[in-house]
Write a protein that binds this ligand. Structure first.
Ligand code: HGY
Ligand code: MN
Ligand code: MN
Ligand code: MN
Length: 406
């Protein structure tokens, strides 16, 4: 029995109505950004909302034992299912659209198909992946990596958040890990996502199809020196890890610019973190991305070599630890071309990571991007127009009809 009425009224208004159901959840009133960390109260509320939406549409929900949710329209055992969806979790003070847009759009696309009297000939599945941002446990796309076996269960289970809670504790048990049986039921995955750049503004198009994801990764620099008094320690006597850290930030920026790549140090921790103490230890996290794997490898190696040399001069010590990497993802070219023709949409690469990039190694996968008027993302200022979001829903509905209903 369906409790949600068949779609009526202009799509941008229906988008806004459904969007407003989740807009307050996890919003920080001071920054206007979102604190929707995986498996914390706001994200758990969003997962409850997901179950409610599934229920409204008569779609039973299954969990994969890794924290990922799937709502099924059609028989899960039929195979060759078409999966669509994204993630609910955010970066600290992140935007509203990164992730949730793909899930809200999926429900509305289901409504569009129903309103048009279209019934899928293959199961149609709406999914929500856990911990895509890695903002709580440090490894991005943790849910999709677990499902596809791209991270060991022991490592994932033992990842800890800032309060020392492990992923296994947050999940309420050890993650199940790779599930080839479940993956094998999916014949295609389409993730809709807000664009995280300005390419669609430049091209004056509301929707694009993705071609590739740049290879990227996260590395941790640990700088150690000698904590000491800021007022009495002669400048020549210092072993200050903050200096080596500052050099590393500049070196990463310079080496990235030289290669048309991207490097960011967006997170840092300092011990003891006192204004009047030379730090004993600084930890900085490097996020680096490039169009080609050898460019990325060359970038990280160049930064490492320069920082090691600088540490020698500063009398400090430095170690570099790889925390996660994602290889270059080339989405299924035939599928991307087919969808671009269907939608008359441009095809774009991106520097942002997505669960679609992880699933692409196992399931024919495509992504749709919705125009972002400012290009800003991972910030409270991230935005999208309702009319463009509605165009995204319409595009997703066409794609799902093409893939699942013929
Ligand atoms: O960091 C990223 O690329 C992402 O948005 N998950
Ligand atoms: Mn993101
Ligand atoms: Mn995202
Ligand atoms: Mn003192």
């Amino acid at each position: 029995m369906l409790t949600r009425p068949v779609a009526e009224g202009p799509l941008p208004e229906r988008f806004r109505e459904l969007w407003d159901e989740i807009a307050p959840i996890g919003r920080d009133p001071d920054s206007g950004g979102y604190l929707r960390y995986a498996l914390t109260e706001p994200e758990l509320r969003l997962r409850e909302w997901f179950r409610g939406q599934a229920d409204d549409r008569g779609m039973p929900v299954t969990e994969d034992g890794n924290g990922n949710l799937f709502a099924w329209w059609g028989d899960p055992d039929a195979g060759d299912a078409v999966l669509t969806g994204s993630h609910f979790d955010s970066v600290p003070h992140g935007g509203a659209y990164d992730g949730p847009l793909g899930i809200v759009s999926a429900w509305l696309a289901v409504d569009e198909l129903r309103a048009a009297g279209v019934t899928p000939s293959r199961p149609l599945v709406v999914g929500a992946f856990v911990e895509e941002e890695g903002a709580r446990f440090g490894v991005p796309c943790l849910g999709s990596r677990l499902l596809t076996g791209q991270i060991a269960v022991d490592r994932a289970a033992g990842l800890r958040d800032a309060a020392g809670v492990s992923f296994a504790e947050a999940l309420g048990g050890r993650p199940a890990g790779a599930d080839p049986g479940l993956l094998g039921r999916f014949g295609a995955f389409v993730e809709l996502h807000v664009e995280q750049g300005r390419a669609l503004v430049d091209q004056a198009a509301p929707v694009a199809v993705a071609s590739a994801i740049w290879p990227h990764g996260r590395w941790r620099f640990d700088f150690t020196g000698e904590g000491n008094h800021a007022g009495t320690t002669r400048m020549a006597d210092r072993r200050d890890p903050m200096l080596t850290y500052a050099f590393a930030v500049l070196a990463a920026n310079k080496e990235a610019r030289l290669r048309d790549a991207h490097a960011t140090v967006g997170r840092v921790s300092v011990e003891p973190n006192a204004t009047n103490a030379i730090p004993s230890r600084v930890t900085g996290w490097l996020d680096a991305r490039a169009a080609a794997p050898e460019t990325l490898g060359g970038l990280v190696e160049a930064v490492r070599a320069k920082v090691v040399e600088r540490a020698r001069r500063d009398g400090t010590e430095v170690t570099l630890t790889e925390e996660s990497t994602t290889a270059l993802v080339a989405f299924d070219g035939g599928l991307a071309d087919r969808l671009a023709r269907l939608l008359a949409a441009p095809v774009l690469p991106t520097g942002a990571g997505h669960d679609a990039g992880v699933l692409a190694a196992h399931v024919p996968t495509a992504m749709l991007f919705v125009r972002n008027p400012t290009g800003v993302s991972h910030s409270p200022a991230e935005s999208a127009d309702d009319v463009d979001c509605a165009a995204g829903v319409a595009a997703l509905a066409r794609v799902l009809e093409e893939l699942a209903c013929r």
